[in-house]
Design a protein around this ligand. Structure first.
Ligand SMILES: NC(=O)c1ccc[n+]([C@@H]2O[C@H](COP(=O)([O-])OP(=O)(O)OC[C@H]3O[C@@H](n4cnc5c(N)ncnc54)[C@H](OP(=O)(O)O)[C@@H]3O)[C@@H](O)[C@H]2O)c1
Length: 263
């Protein structure tokens, strides 16, 4: 009997890095289930289907436990195990912490931290029980530095980066691998959504999303612990390890403070 096609679940796949990750999964023969919270996910699915393969869609707000449950149940209903889980949905939030709207702050924490944690708790238990699976979590090099003028976002990514390494360690005696993709600034809708278009980081040249996704995908397939995409980001990540936090925060201010964009 022919082996069934493997299944990959990709969150935040309507655009950017997640869309490119879903594309790579299809190109590598996976059936994919893609998810995000707006109708944009249907448009992404229509484009991805042109590559061939099966693309299922779950439109759900993954910043809520109900949204994560909705995705989990839709995948369960397929009656097939998940071979690859890509926990990628996330959002940024620029400007000074005290000038941010607390509802927006909550959205970022609920999606990047609570939703991602709950997603992993639900899906990775099944992987552990089957003793099989690959997990790719999108963290960030932002998690390595205090993010003045993106304070909440960087803090959420510090959580995600740290959590990923810990979960990987807990699963080291199983055949489940956990890889954290730590991109630097990447050319996606992220900066627009985060209201960072009047900042240096928002307007500087960025790495294309397909390159970042490919680096992450390959690292996951190798079962590596982490992947910092791109040479200059690798250097920045190394530097962050040996630079005092107060200097990192000051460096981040120069990138993310409103009005720092080059005109
Ligand atoms: N771009 C960068 O420079 C960069 C650097 C490091 C790490 N990252 C991380 O990379 C990941 C992907 O971001 P991106 O750069 O590719 O930006 P993006 O193009 O804006 O993609 C974000 C994705 O998350 C989805 N999403 C947002 N809120 C959601 C919610 N409540 N529930 C479910 N899905 C939701 C979006 O869906 P809708 O469009 O349907 O809302 C979209 O599919 C994020 O975790 C981000 O933190 C990005």
């Amino acid at each position: 009997m022919a082996e069934a096609t493997k299944v990959a679940v990709v969150t935040g796949a309507s655009s950017g890095i997640g869309y490119e990750l879903a594309k790579l999964c299809l190109e590598h023969g996976y059936d994919v289930v893609i998810s995000s919270d707006t109708v944009e996910i249907e448009h992404a699915a229509a484009q991805l289907r042109q590559l061939g393969g099966t693309v299922d869609v779950v439109q759900a707000d993954l910043s809520t436990t109900q949204g994560v449950d909705q995705l989990y149940q839709a995948v369960q209903a397929k009656g097939r195990p998940v071979d690859v889980l890509m926990a990628n949905a996330g959002r940024g939030l620029g400007r000074a912490f005290l000038d941010q709207d607390f509802a927006d702050i909550t959205k970022v924490i609920n999606l990047n931290v609570v939703g991602t944690t709950y997603l992993l708790h639900r899906f990775v238990r099944d992987m552990r029980d089957r003793n099989a699976g690959k997990v790719l979590i999108t963290g960030s090099i932002a998690g390595l530095m205090p993010g003045a003028f993106q304070a909440v976002y960087n803090a959420t990514k510090a959580y995600v980066d740290s959590f990923s390494f810990a979960l990987r360690n807990e699963l080291k005696d199983t055949d489940v691998t956990v890889t954290v993709l730590m991109p630097g600034p990447t050319d996606t809708d992220f900066f627009e959504v985060a209201d960072l278009m009047d900042t240096k980081v928002g307007t500087d040249k960025k790495t294309p999303a397909d390159k970042v996704a490919k680096d992450g995908f390959e690292a996951m397939m190798r079962g590596d612990g982490h992947e910092v995409s791109g040479f200059s980001n690798k250097m920045q990540a190394l530097m962050a390890n040996v630079t005092p936090d107060k200097h990192l925060a000051e460096m981040h201010r120069k990138l993310a403070e409103p009005g720092t964009a080059k005109h």
